[in-house]
Design a binder for this molecule. Structure first.
Ligand SMILES: Cc1cc2nc3c(=O)[nH]c(=O)nc-3n(C[C@H](O)[C@H](O)[C@H](O)COP(=O)(O)O)c2cc1C
Length: 209
C-alpha cells in the first residue's frame, strides 16, 4: 500500500511567500500526501498580500492556491487549541516555508506562544521532522546561534537559497527547482530536478529547468 502522509506546513513573515505557493501546490498534487495542516502567521499574511498583490483572503489557502483544497485544513496560529498543539495528533512533521529568523529564535528558546511555535516544539519533543526554510541575508551571530540550537535539537535548517548550476532562466524555474529538491529532501522523491552528473553545466538552450 502506498504512503499516506499527513504533515503540517507553516508560512511565516519572511520574504519568499511565493515559494510557499509552489511547495503547497506540490504537496496537494502529490498522491503520497493525504492531508496538510496549514498555518499562516499574521506577518505571513502581510507578506502574502505584498508579494501576491490583491486583498487579503479570508482563508490564506485561497491566496496560496487560488482556491480552497480538500486536502488542506487551515488553522489560526493564534489559537493554541488547534490539533497540532498535541503530540497525540498524528503527523509526519512540519515544514516552514518561508521561515523568519524571529520564528527560529522563538523555537530555539522553546517558546510556544503561537500554534506555529507550539507545533514546532511538538515536532522536536516527539522527534519528528522539522524543516525550517529560513530566509535572511546576512545572518547575525544571534541567527547563527539559534540555527545551531534548533539543529542540535533535531530540526533541519534548509535555507531558501536557489541553485545556480542548473542555469535557471526565470525566477519561476528557481522556485520549481527549490521545491522539487525540498520535496525529495522530505522523502517525497521527485525526478524532475537537475542532478549533477559530473559532465558540466547544461547548455542554456538544453535545460528542462
Ligand atoms: C515586509 C516584511 C518582511 C520581512 N522579511 C523578513 C525576512 O525576509 N526574514 C526574516 O527573518 N524576517 C523578516 N521579517 C520579520 C518577521 O516578519 C518578524 O520577525 C516576525 O516576528 C516573524 O514571526 P511571525 O511570522 O510568526 O509573525 C519581515 C517583516 C516584514 C513586515
Amino acid at each position: 500500500m502506498g504512503e499516506s502522509r499527513r504533515l503540517t506546513m507553516a508560512v511565516t513573515g519572511a520574504g519568499g511567500t511565493r515559494m510557499a505557493r509552489y511547495v503547497l501546490s506540490a504537496l496537494v498534487a502529490d498522491e503520497r500526501v493525504a492531508h496538510v495542516d496549514l498555518m499562516v502567521s499574521g506577518a505571513g499574511r502581510k507578506l502574502l498580500v505584498h508579494e501576491f498583490g490583491g486583498p487579503e483572503a479570508a482563508d490564506p489557502v485561497e491566496k496560496l492556491l487560488g482556491g480552497l483544497n480538500k486536502k488542506v485544513a487551515s488553522w489560526d496560529p493564534d489559537d493554541l487549541a488547534g490539533p497540532m498543539t498535541s503530540g497525540s495528533y498524528s503527523s509526519w512533521g512540519m515544514v516552514v516555508v518561508p521561515c523568519a529568523l524571529g520564528v527560529v529564535g522563538r523555537i530555539a528558546q522553546g517558546q510556544a506562544n503561537t500554534l506555529i511555535e507550539r507545533a514546532a516544539d511538538v515536532c522536536l519533543k516527539e522527534r519528528r521532522e522539522l524543516v525550517l526554510c529560513v530566509r535572511e541575508t546576512p545572518f547575525s551571530l544571534i541567527h547563527l546561534r539559534n540555527m545551531t540550537q534548533v539543529t542540535e535539537a533535531g530540526a533541519v535548517v534548509y535555507p531558501m537559497i536557489p541553485t545556480y548550476y542548473n542555469v535557471p532562466q526565470t525566477v519561476e524555474q528557481m522556485f520549481e527547482e527549490f521545491t522539487a529538491r525540498l520535496m525529495s529532501f522530505i522523502g517525497l522523491q521527485q525526478t524532475d530536478y537537475y542532478a549533477w552528473t559530473g559532465e558540466g553545466t547544461p547548455a542554456h538552450d538544453d535545460r528542462s529547468r
